[in-house]
Design a protein around this ligand. Structure first.
Ligand code: GLN
Length: 242
């Protein structure tokens, strides 16, 4: 972080914002401001270059065609790699998560190269689309409470040797491989299938991103009563029989 200002970059709201992903940007922004940080939020459309000086980058979910267009433009742009080399944090959801991997199946049924920032490969699931509530235990190394989310994807994501599962599902399909893994991360690059928007439903993840950006182990607490009520409600909803 430079000049005590957090630079938050929301990538391609025009292509990858099908699932209320702006909520993720709003939550990071608000929780940073609650801790007295100055935040500069940059919403970067797909016809604009990705800045390399961001601290936290967010990439949301999307339908299959916008996902292909976003992958093409991000590959051509090339700046996200540079940002990660500079130590930036990237948090991606669903289509964004698949784009960060080595490849995924695009809307034309072809193998589309991703950015290779996560050691994962996504294929097209042969079974039913994964749709529904998710309850997941996050990787204990990340030290956060149980997560809630909502998934909606056809892709199935296989993790390579250098990708750690972000979480393990109690309810829901997650990566869809049948091994109970949900999402993936490596260093400062994260991917999940959980919508919600996921950071509104799990603001501890937003705090995790802030701690990584600030290079601190703890943040001043904020009033989370509203979130706790939402969490209780969503856990109960997830546990309802379908
Ligand atoms: N198009 C991708 C899939 O179905 C991602 C969907 C999404 O972002 N929800 O797997």
């Amino acid at each position: 972080m430079s000049d005590n200002q957090l630079r938050l970059v929301w990538i391609y709201p025009d292509l990858l914002s099908t699932y209320g992903d702006q909520g993720n940007a709003l939550v990071v922004e608000r929780r940073a401001r609650q801790r007295g940080l100055d935040v500069a939020r940059l919403d970067v459309r797909s016809d604009q270059p990705i800045p390399t000086s961001g601290d936290i980058y967010l990439i949301g979910g999307g339908e299959d065609r916008p996902q292909r267009l976003a992958a093409e433009r991000l590959r051509r742009d090339g700046h996200l790699h540079r940002a990660v080399e500079n130590g930036a944090i990237v948090f991606s959801v669903c289509a964004g998560y698949q784009i960060l991997g080595h490849e995924f199946i695009n809307d034309l049924g072809q193998r589309e190269p991703g950015l290779g920032l996560l050691d994962v490969v996504s294929v097209r699931g042969e079974g039913e689309r994964c749709v529904g509530d998710v309850l997941a235990d996050i990787d204990p190394q990340l030290g956060l409470p149980q997560l809630t989310g909502f998934e909606n994807h056809q892709g199935v994501t296989h993790l390579g040797a250098t990708a750690r599962p972000f979480a393990r599902t109690k309810i829901g399909k997650g990566n869809g491989t049948g091994d109970g893994t949900e999402g993936a991360y490596n260093g400062t690059v994260f991917g999940t299938y959980m919508h919600g928007p996921v950071l509104a439903r799990n603001p501890q993840i937003a705090d995790l991103l802030l701690k990584l950006a600030l290079d601190v182990n703890a943040l001043p607490p904020v009033d989370d009563r509203w979130y706790e009520a939402l969490r209780t409600e969503r856990i109960a909803a997830a546990q309802q029989p379908a």
